[in-house]
Design a protein around this ligand. Structure first.
Ligand code: TTP
Ligand code: MG
Length: 369
C-alpha cells in the first residue's frame, strides 16, 4: 500500500495568534520578535511580508522597511498553548503524528482512509477542525512521503492544500531549490553550489562516490530525494525531548568570564527545571550565537544522567573552553537532553536527540532559526 503523508504548517504562526486575539490587528502588517534594538523578527504576518520582512531579520531593519508596522513581543507560552491544541486535533486523526516544530507536523494517514475518506477530505477536515478550534489557517501538503509532503505544503501558502500529482512529481522534484530541501544547511548548500548543484535535480549529475566524498552519507539521502524517494517514517514523540535556557547578552562579547557567569545562571535554571520535573539528563549542549547570527553548538555526554546545577555548569564551562572564542557572541544557551526520569534510576531512557544537535549536524553554522 502506498503511504500517504500529510505535512501541516500553520500560516505566519506567532503573528496569526496575535491577530486572532486582537481583531483590530487583522489585515495589518504585524511583526513578532525581540523588541529590543538588538532583537530579530520571529515572524511577520503576510501583510508585513509584502514589505520584504522575514524571520531572522533584525528588528531595526524591519522598522526601517515598515515604520507603520505593529511590532509585538514574543509570547511563547501563548503559542505553546495553541500549538498543543493543534497537535491534539492532529492526534485525533491518526496516532502517527510527528511534531517537528511549534507549528508544524507530519501525519501518516495511510491506515485511516476507511475512517475519514480520501487524503484530500482528511486534510480538508483537519483544516476545518483547526480553524474551528483556533480561528487559524494552515497549509497542508499531501504526498507519498515526508519530503514531498513538506515541499507540497509550502507551495500554496497561506491556507493551501496541495497534492503533488504523480505525473508531475519528477519535474517538481527536479526543480526544487537545493536550499529548500530539508536538512540542507548553508555549508552543504555552498559545497553543492561549488559542484554546480542549485536544484535538487542537479544532484543526479554527481555520482554516488562523489556525493559520498563531498557530502558524506547525507549525499546519498539527497540522491534518493532527487528521485522523489524518502523512506523515513513518521515518528510520533510523546515525551519532552530536552530542557534548555538561553539568553541574549546585553552586549556582544567573547569574554570568558562573562560567558561563564551567564552559564552559571543558565545551569541554575536548567537544573531547577530538571528537578521540578523529576528528570535527569545525560547530554549537555552549549549553544553560542555569534554576532553575525551563525551558530556554534557543542555537546558532551555524561557518564551518568544528572540534574545537578554544579555538574551542568562544569560541563558547560568545559564546552566553552573547547569553543572558538575569537569572535564575539550575542547569545549563549545551555541545554540538556537524553532525559530520563529520576525513578528510573540510572536506566537511560533516550527520548529524543537534542534539536540543536540535529541542527548542528545538518546545518552547522547557519543563520539562526
Ligand atoms: P514557520 O512555520 O517557519 O513560519 P510561520 O508559521 O511564521 O510562517 P509560514 O506561513 O511561512 O509558515 O515558523 C513557525 C514559527 O516559528 C513562527 O511563527 C515564528 C517561529 N520562528 C522563529 O521564531 N524564528 C525563525 O527564524 C523562524 C523561521 C520561525
Ligand atoms: Mg508556519
Amino acid at each position: 500500500m502506498e503511504r500517504v503523508v500529510l505535512h501541516i504548517d500553520m500560516d505566519a504562526f506567532y503573528a496569526s495568534v496575535e491577530q486572532r486575539g486582537r481583531p483590530e490587528l487583522r489585515g495589518l502588517p504585524v511583526i513578532v520578535g525581540g523588541t529590543s534594538r538588538r532583537g530579530v523578527v520571529s515572524t511577520a504576518s503576510y501583510e508585513a511580508r509584502k514589505f520584504g520582512i522575514h524571520s531572522a531579520m533584525p528588528i531595526f531593519e524591519a522598522k526601517r522597511r515598515c515604520p507603520q508596522g505593529v511590532f509585538l513581543p514574543v509570547r511563547m507560552e501563548r503559542y505553546k498553548e495553541v500549538s498543543s491544541l493543534i497537535m491534539e486535533i492532529l492526534n485525533s486523526f491518526s496516532p502517527l503524528v510527528e511534531q517537528v516544530s511549534i507549528d508544524e507536523a507530519y501525519l501518516d494517514v495511510s491506515g485511516v482512509a476507511r475512517l475519514y475518506g480520501s487524503p484530500k477530505s482528511i486534510a480538508t477536515k483537519i483544516k476545518e477542525e483547526i480553524k474551528k478550534a483556533t480561528s487559524l489557517t494552515c497549509s497542508i501538503g499531501i504526498a507519498p512521503n515526508k519530503l514531498l509532503a513538506k515541499i507540497a505544503s509550502d507551495t500554496q501558502k497561506p491556507d493551501g492544500l496541495t497534492i503533488i500529482p504523480p505525473d508531475k512529481l519528477h519535474s517538481i522534484v527536479r526543480e526544487i531549490d537545493i536550499e529548500k530541501v530539508p536538512g540542507v544547511g548553508r555549508k552543504t548548500c555552498q559545497r553543492l553550489a561549488s559542484l554546480g548543484v542549485r536544484k535538487l535535480g542537479d544532484i543526479r549529475k554527481l555520482g554516488e562516490k562523489e556525493l559520498l566524498k563531498e557530502i558524506g552519507t547525507f549525499g546519498l539521502k539527497l540522491l534518493d530525494f532527487s528521485k522523489g524517494i524518502d523512506s523515513s517514517p513518521v515518528l510520533p514523540y510523546t515525551e519532552a525531548k530536552s530542557l534548555s535556557s538561553e539568553e541574549t547578552l546585553e552586549k556582544d562579547t567573547n569574554n570568558f568570564e562573562v560567558l561563564k557567569r551567564e552559564l552559571l545562571s543558565q545551569a541554575e535554571i536548567v537544573g531547577r527545571k530538571l528537578r521540578s520535573n523529576g528528570l535527569k539528563g545525560s547530554t549537555v549542549t552549549l549553544k553560542l550565537k555569534r554576532s553575525d547570527f551563525s551558530l556554534s553548538v557543542k555537546s558532551l555526554g555524561l557518564p551518568r544522567p544528572t540534574n545537578s546545577t554544579e555538574l551542568l555548569y562544569r560541563s558547560g564551562v568545559r564546552l566553552l573552553k573547547e569553543s572558538d572564542l575569537s569572535e564575539k557572541f550575542r547569545l549563549i544557551g545551555l541545554g540538556v537532553s537524553r532525559l530520563s526520569s529520576i525513578e528510573e534510576g540510572e536506566k537511560q531512557l533516550v527520548l529524543h536527540s537534542f534539536p540543536w544537535v540535529n541542527l548542528y549536524i545538518v546545518v552547522n553554522f547557519t543563520p539562526v532559526l
